[in-house]
Design a binder for this molecule. Sequence first.
Ligand code: NAD
Length: 353
Amino acid sequence: MKFLVWPGDGIGLEIVPVAVAALEALDARFKLDVELAEQPIGLASLATDGNTLPDSSIEAARDSDGVIMGPVHSLAYPPIEEGGRSPSGVIRKELDLYANIRPARTRPGVPAAVKSMDLVIARENTEGFYADRSMFQGSGEFMITEDVATAVRKITRQACQRIGETACRLAMQRRRKVTIVTKKNVLQLSDGLFHDTVREVAKNYGQVEVDDVIIDAMTALLVRTPEAFDVVVTSNMYGDILSDLANELAGGLGLGGSVNAGDDHAIAQAVHGSAPDITGQDLANPTAIALSLAMLLTWLGDRHGRREYIEAAKTLEAAIDDQLADEKGRTKDLGGPLGTTAFGTELVARLAG
Ligand code: NAD
């Protein structure tokens, strides 16, 4: 299958090579028949092609089976008219990657702020409060006067149905519980539509228990009773914020893997950003992007009926758990001695079997 690699910016250039090395090791072991191509995006393609996500990159992604995407330093990009597109926003919209699946779980031996957590956030990924994706054309943010700015937040029944289906299907493979997170007490129409639509979808899944929690209470409950949650379904921005919180509580942002998935395409992308504060110091934890790769392999295995992809994903997850269980196998953010590269070398040795 065809994999496209976008290293991205900042620590992306350090962690993505670890995911690629892991994929090559799994390919050798499980005969995955991997074809790899790499392209610069972000500040690198801005320098060479004048755009942080050239049109040719979008076409290359459309033409591949899966993409491994590093974090991007979007805060450092110029305005859109000077080539500063948001790669995450544009590609999610272009490939209709409507579900961002973000698990967070405590792992054996890894120090965490909470005792036990094993949940998955199903985040709607194509609309909500993101000005660059809510509109057909133009930005959803407006400067009405120099002292007044507004932003459009879009919630559609169709997007709520799709993420609701995703959440219920996920729950059926897990502990059969879905928690809908909104602010429907204040955003009665838009979050009301999200809540009511997901509830309606869930009626087709009689074995799934459904409850709902208001977003502000959810941040407290994630700290107080994280073990109570199985699948959390929510809109774009709440999901973005909750997934950072959940992963940090479960051990650290460097553990947050995720996949952006649609019906035809999927992209492995860590929850975290480009971490400019630690870039270039061999301090980044590549676990999140490696876990994202495992999720992409699972998605590809399910979609194409390729059992060896599912086996490879399980092997990668298990190797990461084994490595993290021993302090000597961890990066410095988790109290271990390893740099990014050394972590990758050890992981690849484990995968080689
Ligand atoms: P960040 O997620 O990059 O970093 C937050 C904190 O977590 C930092 O202290 C960082 O050092 C740490 N951290 C993050 N990933 C880590 C890892 N793998 N190992 C160890 N420590 C890690 O958030 P930020 O600093 O607010 O954003 C930096 C840039 O990333 C901004 O330009 C932002 O727009 C962008 N961003 C991109 C994505 C993405 O590409 N998906 C997501 C979030 C933020």
